[in-house]
Design a protein around this ligand. Structure first.
Ligand SMILES: *Cc1c(COP(=O)(O)O)cnc(C)c1O
Length: 360
């Protein structure tokens, strides 16, 4: 069967080269006579896999030496609790709520302390990023929290909030490795890998060393304590080894393509093809204010729910799948992560032009 163009928001496409390599190594990884799924996480071979994955991620993102990289389980959502448990020393944190994922993180944090919603764009269905240049940051806030790219709504922070000296914690699940990041701007960056990197279940935490302490909220589970995981080099218990192995392959693949500057160039060009069409179309239109548009998730509508449904159906039949938008926005959403080839977006736009002509 031919592969389709999968525009899913996640889990989403992985590079074909990576999948083929993994298939080749399924039965025998590197002469070990076994596949990575069957391998001890304490073995020499796996040690090399996880260490190489970490080093390649460090190279790609230019991660400073005073940051730890942790490969954990539980997806991004597990971090909604782990973050306050580990970082809420004063039991106060400020949340900028720009979408469902930030909202979930904010709601979870309320279980552990005083989480303040200091800005939101919920008034306009999260279709923009609020002005964050002078927010009422709490005097005793332990951190300021953002979701860097809003997967559902297709907005992204082009400029980081002014945290007035507080550390910034960012969920980058849906735009990690799509462009360079200045890691030093953050106390912690984390990402569930299934949008832009690898198989669901793995979550990567990049955290400044001084934030990893024994001073965590009472009752914090051993597994959720960053200190436990950092001390054990992410091998406190059996890690999601196969997932980490695939992530490692994607990191290598991105290095080979030319790193994150190159990915940014490719992604900007790719997104522009779709946005330019949306801006010129008489039928389709984007739902996000132009200045806050995401490079990764592109929601759009026709303004007519029946026509939207017809479009999704016909697109699916033509091999452009998972274009249905999130129920809170309606319409369509094209997620065009790193592994979506430019050709996929070009062909989608061709298809949209044809649909527009037929349905004018
Ligand atoms: C998908 C997503 C999540 C949830 O990820 P899980 O791994 O399913 O917990 C959280 N944040 C963002 C920005 C996402 O895109």
């Amino acid at each position: 069967m031919a592969r389709v163009y999968n525009f899913s928001a996640g889990p989403s496409m992985l590079p074909v080269e990576v999948l083929k390599e993994a298939a080749d190594e399924m039965l025998d990884y590197n002469g070990t006579g076994m596949g990575v799924m069957e391998m001890s996480h304490r073995s020499k071979a796996f040690e090399e896999i996880i260490e190489t994955a970490e080093q390649d991620l460090r190279d790609l993102m230019n991660i400073p030496d005073n940051y730890k990289v942790l490969f954990l389980q539980g997806g991004a959502s597990q971090q909604f609790a782990a973050i306050p448990m580990n970082l809420m020393k004063n039991k106060v944190a400020d949340y900028i709520v720009t979408g469902q994922w930030a909202k979930k993180a904010y709601e979870e944090a309320q279980k552990y302390g005083k989480a303040n919603k200091i800005a939101t764009s919920e008034d306009k269905t999260f279709s923009y990023i609020p002005d964050c240049s002078d927010l009422p940051i709490s005097e005793d806030a332990d951190y300021v929290y953002i979701c860097h790219n809003n997967t559902i709504y297709g907005t992204t922070f082009k400029k980081l909030p002014n945290t007035k000296g507080k550390i910034l914690v960012a969920d980058m699940s849906s735009d990690i490795l799509s462009q360079p990041v200045n890691v030093s701007d953050y106390g912690m960056i984390y990402f569930g890998v299934q949008k832009n990197v690898g198989p669901a279940g793995v979550v990567v935490v990049i955290i400044r060393e001084d934030l990893i302490t024994d001073d965590v909220l009472e009752g914090t589970p051993t597994m959720l304590k960053y200190k436990t995981q950092a001390d054990a080099k992410s091998l406190y218990n059996t890690p999601p080894a196969y997932g980490i192995y695939i992530c490692g392959k994607v990191f290598k693949h991105l290095k080979k393509l030319g790193g994150l500057e190159k990915m940014k160039e490719i992604n900007e060009n790719k997104a522009k093809i779709l946005y330019d069409f949306l801006d010129s179309s008489k039928l389709f239109k984007g739902t996000v204010v132009p200045e806050d548009r995401s490079l990764m998730n592109v929601p759009f509508v026709t303004g007519d729910a029946d026509l939207d449904a017809k479009f999704v159906k016909e697109a699916t039949e033509a091999g452009f799948v998972n274009l249905k938008g999130h129920r809170t926005v309606g319409g369509m959403r094209a997620s065009i992560y790193n592994a979506m080839p430019t050709e996929g977006v070009e062909k989608l736009v061709e298809f949209m032009k044809k649909f527009e002509a037929e349905n004018a």
